[in-house]
Write a protein that binds this ligand. Structure first.
Ligand SMILES: *Cc1c(COP(=O)(O)O)cnc(C)c1O
Length: 360
C-alpha cells in the first residue's frame, strides 16, 4: 500500500441521522452541520424522478450529460465544452488534484476552508501551504501571492468561503489572477455563490473566458437542494477542459441524477425563494449575535460562523435539544447552517438561555 494512504486522516462524513438519533436517544435531530437545504428541493424534481424511464436502468447514462450541459452553458453563455461534470463537486476536487499535482508540487490554500482540498493534495503527495484569512475572515490575497513559488500548481479560493461565509468581489479575484503565474491554476469553489445577495454578478464564471488558468466550480447540493444526487461541475477555459475530461470516469453521473439536476436547474423560481428566505434569516442571526455580543463573520452563504469560549458546551446543549451543528473547524468557533425560520427561532432561544445561565 502507498505510504501516504496509511498515514492519511480521512474525511469524516456525517452519520446517518437515524443512527445518531438512536445513539442519543432523541426522537428528532435537525442537521445543521452540513449546509444542506432546509427547504428540500424543487417539487419539479420529484415529478421528474417519478417520470424517469425505469427501463433505462440497465443502460449506461449519457457520458456527456448533454442536456444538462447545454442548459448550464446557455445560462452562463459558455461554450458547452468548457464544462466538466462530477459526482458532486467533491469528485471535481479529486479530478483537479489528479490532473495538476505531482509528488512534491505545492498547493496553496487559504485557511480555514473546505478540508477536501488538502485531503486530495495529500493523496497526490503534494505539499500543502496554508495562508490564514484576514481578521474579518476574508481571503488574504497579498499573503497568497507572497507564498507562490515555482512549484505552486494550485491555489484554492472558496467564494463565499466555507466556513467563514465571507465573500470576495469578482474584481478582487480578477486582480489576483492577473498577478498569478500563468502555470498556476486558480480554483474558485462557488458551492455557495447562489446565496449571495449583496453583489451582482457575484460569480467569477466570466473570467474563464479571459484567463486560461482559472477554474470555477458549482454544485447542485446546496441552493438546489440535491445533495443526495451528487452533481457538481467545473467550468474551465477551453484549453484545459479537454485535458481534465481524460481523467473523468466515463459514466460518473447517473441518468437519474442528470434528470434531477435538469429539473432543479429549470426551476430557478425555487432557488430564488430559497435564497430570499435564507438571506432574511441570515440577517436575523447577525442581529442576534450582535445582541449577544458574539464575534461572527459577515456571511453571504447559507451558514454563519461565530466565536464563543463555550463552543463545545453550546454545541452539546444544542444537540441535546435536537440541533446538530459543526464543531472542530477552528478552536472556539462554531459553524451553523441557517435552518427554517421556526428552527432558527428555537435555536436562538436555546442560545440566549444558554448564555444567560453561563453568565449568571
Ligand atoms: C458542500 C461543499 C462542496 C461539495 O459539494 P458536493 O457537490 O456535494 O460534493 C464543495 N465545496 C464546498 C466549499 C462545500 O461546502
Amino acid at each position: 500500500m502507498k505510504k501516504i494512504i496509511q498515514e492519511l486522516n480521512p474525511y469524516v462524513p456525517e452519520k446517518p441521522l437515524q443512527q445518531l438519533q438512536d445513539e442519543l436517544g432523541l426522537k428528532k435531530i435537525v442537521r445543521l452541520s452540513a449546509n444542506e437545504n432546509p427547504y428540500g428541493t424543487s417539487p419539479k424534481v420529484k415529478r421528474a424522478i417519478l417520470d424517469w424511464d425505469y427501463d433505462l436502468s440497465n443502460r449506461y447514462p449519457d457520458s456527456s450529460a448533454q442536456e444538462l450541459r447545454d442548459l448550464v452553458a446557455e445560462k452562463f453563455t459558455l461554450d458547452p465544452s468548457q464544462i466538466v461534470f462530477g459526482v458532486g463537486l467533491d469528485e471535481v476536487i479529486v479530478m483537479l488534484s489528479r490532473v495538476f499535482l505531482q509528488p512534491g508540487d505545492e498547493e496553496l490554500v487559504s485557511v480555514p476552508n473546505f478540508s477536501e482540498y488538502a485531503l486530495h493534495a495529500e493523496i497526490e503527495e503534494a505539499v500543502i501551504k496554508e495562508v490564514a484569512t484576514k481578521k474579518n475572515g476574508q481571503i488574504n490575497f497579498t499573503a497568497l501571492l507572497e507564498n507562490i513559488t515555482d512549484k505552486t500548481k494550485l491555489i484554492w479560493l472558496c467564494n463565499p468561503n466555507n466556513p467563514t461565509g465571507t465573500l470576495e468581489t469578482v474584481a478582487s479575484i480578477e486582480k489576483f489572477v492577473q498577478q498569478v503565474p500563468k502555470e498556476t491554476m486558480v480554483l474558485v469553489d462557488e458551492a455557495y455563490i447562489d446565496f449571495v445577495t449583496e453583489q451582482e454578478p457575484a460569480t467569477a464564471m466570466d473570467l474563464t473566458k479571459k484567463y486560461p488558468n482559472i477554474v470555477v466550480m458549482r454544485t447542485f447540493s446546496k441552493a438546489y437542494g440535491l445533495a443526495n444526487f451528487r452533481v457538481g461541475y467545473a467550468v474551465f477555459s477551453n484549453q484545459i477542459a479537454g485535458e481534465v475530461q481524460k481523467v473523468r470516469l466515463p459514466y460518473n453521473v447517473s441518468s437519474i441524477a442528470q434528470t434531477a439536476a435538469i429539473a432543479a436547474f429549470k426551476d430557478q423560481n425555487f432557488v430564488d425563494q430559497v435564497v430570499a428566505k435564507n438571506a432574511l434569516e441570515r440577517t436575523k442571526y447577525e442581529d442576534f449575535f450582535q445582541k449577544l455580543d458574539l464575534k461572527f463573520y459577515h456571511s453571504q452563504a447559507n451558514f454563519v460562523f461565530f466565536e464563543t469560549a463555550a463552543a463545545h458546551e453550546l454545541a452539546q446543549v444544542l444537540l441535546e435539544n435536537g440541533y446538530l451543528i459543526r464543531t472542530g473547524l477552528r478552536p472556539n468557533w462554531l459553524r451553523l447552517s441557517i435552518g427554517t425560520p421556526k428552527d432558527n427561532l428555537k435555536i436562538q432561544k436555546i442560545m440566549a438561555d444558554f448564555f444567560d445561565s453561563v453568565l449568571n
